[in-house]
Design a binder for this molecule. Structure first.
Ligand SMILES: O=P(O)(O)OC[C@H]1O[C@@H](O)[C@H](O)[C@@H](O)[C@@H]1O
Length: 235
């Protein structure tokens, strides 16, 4: 049904880049944050300034991860270790940038995803959003799609429950648990390499990779059972 194997009765949707066009917003905010940081560091240390790549660096080190893990992950890829206070300071600054962009531009959902979620609801499939973002609920609300989902496991929930962030499968497992289905009867929909890996490692029934930026092969390699450009392609 809806391009999913028969045993699947529940859908676990990532938010940024799957339901809403907010992966671009996060990538832009991360780029501004890290470029400011790296430029300043280069001035202080005399090192060469190598800018953050909003595709390669974002996809590999930041996309899909909880905010703090994104800060640590990218900086450590450049051999830079920072303490918890600095991680928090940089994460707060990135969040200010995200919120400024959202305030200015709003949040747009992908039409194909919304049509798919409606079809899933009409077909009786259970539906949850599983996102690392602490802005998840606000994003769903701003896009006008909050009421399409029965459960939301976001950055606040994972922190409160002490769950490991993606690429660990914990948040998706929590989503399936809340919907009352075993993982092998749930499908994961993800655009991030870390999220697809979480779907594979959690033993989910099907992992749909959503390719918005030309990383089809990498999504496959991280464990996607199928890769589509848009959820409309599944129907
Ligand atoms: O900073 P937030 O809104 O809590 O989001 C954390 C992360 O959430 C993920 O969904 C995004 O892919 C990342 O880019 C983002 O950094």
């Amino acid at each position: 049904m809806l391009g999913l194997p028969d045993p699947v009765t529940a859908c676990l949707f990532d938010l940024d880049g799957v339901l809403t066009q907010t992966a671009k917003i996060h990538a832009a905010a991360w780029k501004q944050l890290f470029d400011e940081y790296l430029r300043d560091r280069a001035r202080r240390t005399g090192e060469e300034f190598v800018p953050f790549d909003a595709h390669a660096d974002y996809d590999e080190h930041v996309d899909g991860l909880p905010r703090d893990d994104g800060v640590r992950g990218f900086l450590s890829s450049r051999g830079i270790e920072v303490d918890d206070d600095e991680v928090r300071r940089l994460g707060d600054r990135k969040n200010e940038l995200v919120q400024q962009i959202i305030e200015r531009d709003g949040v747009q959902a992908y039409d194909g995803s919304i049509a798919y979620v409606h079809a899933a609801r009409d077909a009786g499939l259970r539906r949850a959003v599983v996102s690392s973002s602490s802005n998840c609920r606000a994003g769903l609300q701003a896009a006008g799609i909050l009421d399409l989902f029965e459960e939301i496991v976001d950055g606040h929930v994972t922190r409160d429950l002490g769950l490991r962030g993606k690429p660990a499968p914990d948040s998706f497992l929590e989503g399936a648990r809340r919907l009352g289905v075993p993982p092998d009867r749930a499908a994961v929909f993800e655009d991030a390499l870390a999220g697809v890996q979480a779907g594979r490692d959690g033993g989910f029934g099907y992992v749909v990779g959503v390719d918005r930026v030309g990383q089809r092969d990498a999504l496959r390699a991280h464990g996607a059972d199928v890769v589509v450009d848009d959820l409309a392609d599944l129907t």
